[in-house]
Design a protein around this ligand. Structure first.
Ligand SMILES: *Cc1c(COP(=O)(O)O)cnc(C)c1O
Length: 411
């Protein structure tokens, strides 16, 4: 192994030396088209045999041995990851029998989980003398890359559907990136960014297409391992669009398994919006069929999941589970989460919480089980999504008398 890691094709298993020009396996991706999920997504592999002889050092080194970078200084100055894990005992006054843990990734610099991937891609670009990075995005990957690049003196070009939530578009512009809104869906933005990457020779951060996005996202599992004092969660609920976060969660635990730090995998539960559930609907099917997506959870509104094959492999290999929840479930979960915990999550993140609530209702979460919900983005990124369910009352006269008179004001 030359350097810290090599890349292997998740389809055929061929191995490659990493390079910024290498994205997908050249053989498996040859017949990729724009109507099926891409084949040939690459996976970073480390020298697990050597690392397993020094497993405690892997922990004390904060898993740096499992990060595909040469120098820590290549990473942004901003604090990426190391987000809080909170335990809550009650929901709506009811004491939970299982242990509920919320991993709050809205506490990243640009307020979403995507910073984990952007940080590693940006650092890798730096180590390879690249100063411009392009990404297609539903909104969060773009606002994340824009913010991370701003902190690293790099240039970001972000291609997004013009319908992305206003806060995310605003972030992209404020961080000084070149924003390219398109008349079309996320999938169209994705295809355009791929063509442009080929045409102009840009470095591309697209999710899954750039294998380092998975490497960045896997760091959440290393943190959970530490925060839970090495215990493996019984369930981890993950919101799923393209299927890269869920693959990252699996990849992190798989790395720990290969190094010998854990001896079993957690049960990961993929939660999709019912209006955008092409990933879970196609698991195990011989041909991929697409239903056009339609959900208010914009971050997981995806027609063609870019990491379908890897996510499917992980879910089947490690006996994962999956379900979908409706937009009503999502908005409702968002309210329950906010009023019980003080965490205001965006719809995509509330999707994972809705999945957990569904398991709870069906009594699938047993006493003492450790249940983690990944909260992947901040509710302030998409205020419109909840506007239909909140009611900001009319103003009152600023007098004690009107406080007494308006009976909806409860003391
Ligand atoms: C991107 C995103 C997801 C889904 O991640 P995928 O890798 O596309 O499955 C979930 N929640 C939020 C907030 C996101 O930005």
């Amino acid at each position: 192994m030359n350097g810290k890691f090599i890349l292997t094709c998740s389809g055929c298993g061929k191995t490659f030396a990493p390079s910024p020009e290498l994205y997908l396996c050249p053989d498996c991706s040859r017949n990729n088209d724009t109507v099926n999920p891409p084949k040939g997504v690459l996976k970073a592999v480390y020298d697990y045999e050597i690392l397993s002889k020094h497993k405690e050092e892997v922990i004390t080194g904060n898993f740096w041995d499992l990060i595909p970078l040469l120098k820590k200084e290549s990473l942004p100055k901003l604090r990426i990851g190391e987000t809080p894990l909170y335990r809550f005992d009650r929901i709506d006054g009811e004491t939970l029998t299982f242990e509920l843990y919320l991993k709050d990734d809205s506490q990243n610099p640009t307020f979403s989980f995507k910073d984990r991937a952007s940080a590693v891609v940006s650092a890798y670009a730096r180590e390879n003398g690249i100063s411009t990075i392009v990404a297609a995005s539903t909104g969060n990957a773009g606002s994340s890359l824009a913010g991370i690049c701003a902190s690293q003196e790099q240039k970001a070009i972000i291609i997004v559907p013009k319908s992305a939530p206003h806060a995310k578009l605003t972030q992209i512009v404020m961080y000084g990136a070149t924003i390219v809104p398109v008349n079309g869906t996320y999938d169209m933005a994705f295809d355009l960014s791929m063509e442009a990457t080929k045409e102009f020779g840009w470095y591309n951060r697209n999710t899954a297409f750039n294998p380092l996005t998975i490497e960045g996202k896997k760091t959440v599992s290393f943190e959970l391992f530490k925060q839970l004092s090495r215990a493996i969660p019984d369930y981890i609920f993950v919101p799923v669009g393209d299927g890269v976060i869920i693959s990252g969660v699996y990849k992190g635990y798989e790395d720990l398994l290969k190094v010998g730090l854990i001896d079993r995998m957690p049960t990961v539960v993929a939660v999709q919006a019912a209006g955008s559930s092409n990933l879970i609907e196609n698991i195990g099917k011989p041909d991929f069929t697409i239903k056009p997506s339609n959900t208010l959870a914009d971050s997981i509104s995806v027609d063609i999941p870019r990491n379908f094959f890897m996510a499917q492999y992980y879910l089947l290999q490690y006996k994962g589970e999956w379900l979908s929840v409706t937009d009503d479930d999502i908005v409702n979960a968002s309210k329950i989460l906010a009023r019980n915990t003080g965490i205001f999550a965006e719809p995509a993140a509330s999707t994972a919480f809705a999945g957990m609530l569904c398991y709870q209702k069906n009594q699938k979460l047993l006493s003492k089980q450790r249940v983690v919900v990944l909260l992947t983005g901040s509710g302030l990124k998409d205020l419109k999504a909840v506007s239909s369910v909140i009611n900001i009352p009319n103003a009152i006269d600023p007098t004690v008398d009107s406080l007494r008179k308006n009976e909806w004001i409860k003391f």
